[in-house]
Design a protein around this ligand. Structure first.
Ligand code: GLA
Length: 727
């Protein structure tokens, strides 16, 4: 009897193992990472693992272990059945029912160069809803993009109450979430928090300017309470969407952390007619076992190679007219600034706000938006005269527009009141004296595209457009959408992208900057059309160290426009040395934003020197790997560096951010990312006398990484920039 029991038990075990082995594993792999999905025997597709590269086939034997509260984490959890957590998909059907259960119905993989696309098809047998999950694995960059296509295969319309772009589940004893928050002139401030049980949400409901107060991105450090720059497991994510976003982190009763990222369903119960489908935007994921630095570098490489329009190209050093002239200029003012820009060695002049509007001239921010004709009083010679003059001086020429907006004081507001975002019978609130145009309306999309197209026709010498967007949406509503207001937020953003598609089809080579009162639209959705972002209206050197650090966590230096402006700083009133301002701005795409006439001789000499020096190493800024030497938060000294992909050239930036009497003796920085065996010649930039004893000599990478590199930074806002060249 006992023997029979043993045989039966052995048989059952073998059957169970066999069953386990029969589970279909779907590996999504990059050079160093694996995302492992499994098709359970009942057809459910679950996620088993995301992390460092593993042998996927071993996961086939992992039995389905029912958690105490749920049955494992679905690859795309839908509201309904046994699932009670945050949904990636939540549908409501015509009969009022909320239940969806998705089961595997097919798999396809395709390869395009280094990118492998896995499409997993799911279906709800009861409602005939079909979902395709797409995973694009970027092999060399260790980045995985996810999005879904949701199709109403049923016979009646439904409403999508949640429709995320992707879900990832992690397992650790500790989850440290790092994300940014901020506001105008103070974007990208880092916050770290250990996640407790229940749900933490990063989201925006602003309609436009969605990244002014937060960002659809995060770093998640596993098994630690501290953000570690160089080691430890970190998952990072960034959502490629310029509209309302929502990223939720649910630490479930089984202690898993389930991350769901997508369009914010707030006021957006999107309708899906029978037979229609909806494609969600991309969610970008990466994993690194080399800390926050490793995760940032993965994202930066992906961004330069795939994610940013013209990513990795070197963009020109410019003079922007805004803080130097504001709204008060004539043709002569601009000609003088162009002359000055040329003599300072700059490469482009950008005419900012104030050049347009005749019936309602743009002399202040209370008039003219919407009327994009050259103001004949200020600029009677026209735009081509100025743009061609810039070209004759060897400079490129750029111009500012804010095409999504309208001032009530404008011809446009009077001729097309129905093009303004509004809620019937309610006050149309103004921000900066302006309203938002309704980009969900195709007629408005045509108009906004036409603004860009017409501005380009002002002169063949226009090389660059600064596209601004200076307010969020309030009293949201579209006269065009009638009773279909649930479409508004989604179709505003889609409308914005449709306009950008047309612009890029016609103007592939024009440089376009994405500005939104500074960093109000810094996301990978916009960056697929834009060359760079205006990081912040705050150009205070000290503030910029923090904001550029925050930006660098997710976005590469090639998109980060950084300008040197006058002191006291127009936003913070802070006074920092000119050299410090340069040494900070040279971390990104360098520019100047001041009236050159107000610079003294000695300052002009320094400007020339810094500009010339930047030109010799900016290739490393635009294409190199970033290594942060610590954090500017809570530290008196901070440094960061870029290293060329072949490790032959590097640039190192060091700063004193708070006075420390020991700084004069030298603060030790451990450089990173160098080739330990190679010798590098170290040359400090922009000074006659170096603040490091080793300047001008050559050292091995190992020595420079040992902490022996210790420039003297004796006073508040001391700074030093070094170029390292392999021998
Ligand atoms: C916004 C931008 C600034 C400048 C002004 C012009 O604030 O962020 O850089 O272009 O608009 O009005």
């Amino acid at each position: 009897m006992r023997r029979i029991t043993t045989i039966i038990a052995a048989f059952l075990l073998a059957a169970a193992l066999l069953q386990a082995q029969e589970q279909k594993i779907i590996p999504i792999e990059t050079e160093s990472t694996s995302l492992i999905l499994v098709v359970r025997n009942n057809g459910e597709v679950q996620q088993l693992y995301y992390g460092s590269k593993v042998n996927a086939s071993e996961f086939a034997a992992v039995p389905q272990r029912a958690g105490r509260y749920s049955s494992g984490f679905s690859a795309y959890p839908a509201t309904g059945g046994r699932y009670q957590g945050e949904p990636a998909l939540h549908l409501q059907y015509a009969n009022g029912n909320h239940n969806t259960e998705l089961y595997y119905s097919g798999l396809e993989t395709r390869r395009r160069g280094d990118v492998t696309t896995t499409e997993i098809r799911l279906k709800d047998p009861v409602t005939s809803v079909e979902v395709s999950l797409f995973y694009d694995a970027y092999f060399k960059e260790d980045v995985i993009l996810s999005h879904s296509v949701i199709r109403n295969g049923g016979k009646s319309p439904l409403r999508m109450l949640s429709y995320a772009s992707g879900a990832i589940s992690l397992r650790s004893d500790r989850y440290l979430l790092s994300h940014v928050h901020g506001g105008w002139a103070q974007e990208m401030q880092l916050e770290n928090e250990l996640l407790t049980h229940d749900t933490k949400v990063l989201e925006s409901r602003r309609g436009t300017q969605n990244t002014q107060v937060g960002n659809p991105s995060f770093l998640l450090s596993l098994g630690t309470s501290e953000l570690n720059e160089d080691s430890g497991d970190v998952v990072a994510g960034a959502f490629a969407w310029s509209g309302n976003y929502r990223i939720s982190f649910e630490r479930d009763p089984d202690d898993r952390l389930n991350i769901i990222a997508g369009i914010n369903p707030f006021a957006s119960a999107y309708p899906l007619a029978a037979g229609d489908s909806f494609t969600t935007p991309e969610m970008i994921w990466t994993f690194s076992s080399q800390g926050a630095g490793g995760a940032s570098r993965n994202l930066h490489r992906w961004a330069r190679n795939y994610g940013v329009y013209g990513g990795g190209n070197i963009n020109p050093i410019l003079l922007n007219s805004w803080e130097g002239a504001y709204f008060s200029f004539t043709t002569q003012t601009l000609i003088n600034m162009i002359d000055d820009a040329a003599s300072m060695g700059l490469e482009m002049f950008v005419l900012d706000d104030g050049w347009f509007g005749n019936e309602y001239p743009r002399n202040r921010d209370n008039a003219g938006l919407g009327d994009w004709q050259v103001n004949v009083t200020k600029l009677p010679e026209g735009m081509d005269y100025i743009a061609s003059y810039a070209h004759s001086k060897g400079l490129k020429f750029g111009i500012w527009i804010e095409p999504e907006m309208v001032n009530p004081n404008s011809v446009l507001a009077h001729t097309h009141p129905d093009w303004v975002v509004q809620s019937p019978g309610r006050e149309q609130y103004q921000v900066r004296n302006q309203w938002v145009l309704d980009l969900s309306n195709p007629a408005v999309q045509d108009f906004v595209y036409g603004i860009f197209d017409d501005v380009m026709k002002l002169s063949p010498a226009i090389d660059y457009v600064k596209w601004d967007c200076n307010r969020p949406v309030e009293s949201f509503g579209s006269p065009y959408l009638g009773t279909d207001q649930d479409r508004f937020y989604v179709e505003y953003c889609q409308g914005f992208y449709k306009v950008m598609e047309r612009i890029r089809a016609k103007y592939p080579d024009v440089l376009v900057q994405c500005c939104s009162s500074g960093g109000g639209r810094v996301d990978y959705g916009a960056l697929s059309y834009f060359n760079e972002v205006w990081t912040s209206d705050d150009t205070d050197g000290y503030e910029r160290v923090l904001m550029q650090y925050g930006t660098s966590l997710i976005y590469p230096a090639c998109v980060m426009a950084a300008h040197v402006s006058a002191v006291p700083n127009h936003q913070s009133r802070n006074v920092t040395p000119l050299k410090f301002r340069f040494d900070v701005a040279c971390q990104g795409r360098l520019g100047l934003e001041l009236q050159p006439k107000l610079l003294e001789e000695s300052e002009l000499a320094l400007v020339n020197r810094c500009v010339e020096s930047y030109k010799t190493y900016r290739d490393v800024v635009f294409t190199g790997d970033l290594y942060r030497l610590g954090t500017p938060y809570g530290n008196d000294f901070y440094g960061m560096m870029y290293v060329s992909p072949d490790k032959r050239k590097a640039v190192v930036y060091t700063y004193c951010l708070r006075f420390n009497a020991l700084g004069g003796e030298g603060h030790s920085f451990k450089l990173k990312g160098l080739d330990p065996a190679r010798r590098y010649k170290v040359t400090e930039q922009n000074v006659n006398r170096s603040c490091w004893w080793g300047n001008g000599r050559s050292f091995t990478g190992a020595f420079l990484e040992s902490g022996a590199f210790n420039p003297s930074l004796p006073s508040l806002y001391s700074s030093a920039v070094f170029v390292l060249e392999a021998e």
